[in-house]
Ligand binder design. Structure first.
Ligand code: URA
Length: 196
């Protein structure tokens, strides 16, 4: 059922022309991972590699994210689904414009309704602001559980920020450790993680 509903929505996204990004994209990047995942990770927008392959988080940022998830003993195949605020790559990886974000957000909202994750991780400022408003600040709000329409939400740094500024990795890891604890509380009290 979940898979069918997601596939139906994916068809709409693949044909979407709701904002100008459709003209410059190679292909939309709908999202990937387990459709019944308890954890949804939300990034900003596809980059070069994602636009080329159609798969979310496969470039450098995705590789770092994968390492962090592995340290938590989470995997895309099982515990995680990944998507973005906008589904098409903005030219030169610029931040998606507010009009592009609002055109695309209904897709993410429908993905959330279908997947009904127990935990949502917001990566970076664009994702945080899309959920909690323009006055939100990732440096101030990361690492704290927030409530979004009943969902448990953890904002943290985007992996691209960690690649640019490795000094932020320590804080990001503290945030992911909180996710492991919450996962034990809400999903599987026996979830093994050698670091937490
Ligand atoms: N950065 C994002 O925010 N999302 C991706 O899918 C890839 C890189």
């Amino acid at each position: 059922m979940t898979t069918e509903s997601l596939n139906e929505l994916k068809k709409q996204v693949l044909a979407c022309q709701q904002c100008p990004l459709y003209a410059t994209r190679n292909q939309p990047v709908f999202g990937s991972g387990n459709p019944e995942a308890p954890i949804l990770i939300v990034g900003e927008a596809p980059g070069f590699e994602e636009d080329k392959t159609g798969v979310a988080f496969v470039g450098k940022s995705g590789q770092l994210l994968e390492k962090i998830l592995k340290a938590c003993n989470f995997s895309r195949e099982k515990e995680v689904y990944m998507s973005n605020i906008v589904k098409c790559r903005p030219p030169h990886n610029r931040t998606p414009a507010p009009t592009e974000q609002s055109a695309c957000l209904p897709y993410l909202e429908q993905q959330i309704e279908i997947i009904r994750p127990k935990i949502i991780i917001l990566l970076g400022s664009t994702a945080l602001k899309a959920f909690f408003g323009a006055s939100s600040r990732i440096t101030r709000e990361r690492g704290q559980w927030k409530n979004w329409f009943g969902y448990e939400v953890m904002p943290t740094y985007h992996p691209s920020a960690l690649l640019r500024n490795p000094g932020l990795k320590r804080d990001a890891w503290e945030d992911f450790k909180k996710v492991v604890l919450k996962y034990r509380e809400l999903v599987d009290k026996n979830h093994y993680c050698q670091y937490v």
